[in-house]
Ligand binder design. Structure first.
Ligand code: FES
Length: 183
């Protein structure tokens, strides 16, 4: 269980998420499990890691706030956009983008305010800074990567700098009104 960091809001407000390393399916690995009963005591293999998922309670993320969680050992950003940020993201001429995607394509239907992305710059893998972080020098209101100066907008789309692609939106779904399951 990891306590995600809260940015852009009341430091006293604690969030909780649940890191679930998916158990290896007995059905899928039954034969192997019989032959190698010690496998469960070993460090998670790449295959197990690839099957892992992360649950994040998004209920307490206020507009303008983001939380950081961990998904498959990498940073995960979950940000609640303000109405202004949504408007900014939707006002962009999509054809002008390096990696053209609308905000709607990067969010779930009916949840355009909740942006879920990997916190991994698509240039060389640094962790970008969020808009609320003091050192953020981003020009487009979203994330800024301090390593070589990539700027991402409020939909976490690359707008300037060397990164070739938008911050990746991982596979996820709402498993309740307030919880998303990533992976
Ligand atoms: Fe982010 Fe190079 S790693 S700009």
């Amino acid at each position: 269980v990891a306590e995600p960091q809260v940015e852009g809001g009341d430091d006293g407000v604690r969030r909780r998420d649940f890191i679930n390393i998916a158990a290896v399916s007995a059905a899928g690995f039954g034969g192997v499990a019989v032959l190698y009963p010690l496998i469960s005591q070993m460090a998670p293999s790449a295959d197990v890691l690839a099957e892992s998922s992360t649950e994040v309670d998004v209920s307490a993320i206020e507009p303008g706030q983001a939380i950081k969680a961990i998904f498959r050992k990498q940073p995960l950003f979950v940000r609640r956009l303000t109405d202004k940020e949504i408007a900014e993201a939707n006002a962009v001429n999509i054809s002008s983008l390096r990696d053209p995607q609308t905000l709607a394509e990067r969010t779930k239907e009916g949840h355009q305010d909740l942006l879920v992305t990997m916190g991994v710059c698509t240039h060389l893998g640094c962790v970008p800074l969020g808009a609320a972080e003091g050192e953020n020098k981003g020009e487009f209101g979203g994330y800024f990567c301090p390593c070589h100066g990539s700027h991402y907008d409020t939909a976490a789309r690359i707008r300037k700098g060397p990164a070739p692609l938008n911050l990746q939106v991982p596979e996820y779904e709402f498993t309740s009104d307030t919880v998303i399951t990533v992976g």
